[in-house]
Ligand binder design. Sequence first.
Ligand SMILES: [Zn+2]
Length: 88
Amino acid sequence: MWRLILLGILLAIAYFVVKFVLRALRGQEKKIEKPVRPAGLPSEMIQDPICGVFVPKERAVCFQQDDHTLFFCSDTCRADYQKTINKG
Ligand SMILES: [Zn+2]
């Protein structure tokens, strides 16, 4: 009779230990799951003269004006810039 009770207690302890370990492992996984930035050198950042936003140069919208190139964050900003030029 005592053996059965002892076995029951051991099973209960084992159950809680497993549950605790699983919870601990899940907690660690959550800690690891931080968003990791893709490796690589940061590209050159240029500032949009219209809205002031900084964008990577390769993603920027180019606009050739006379002998220099201007960079914008989007076609909208480039269009706005062209409007200001046309106004004079
Ligand atoms: Zn912009």
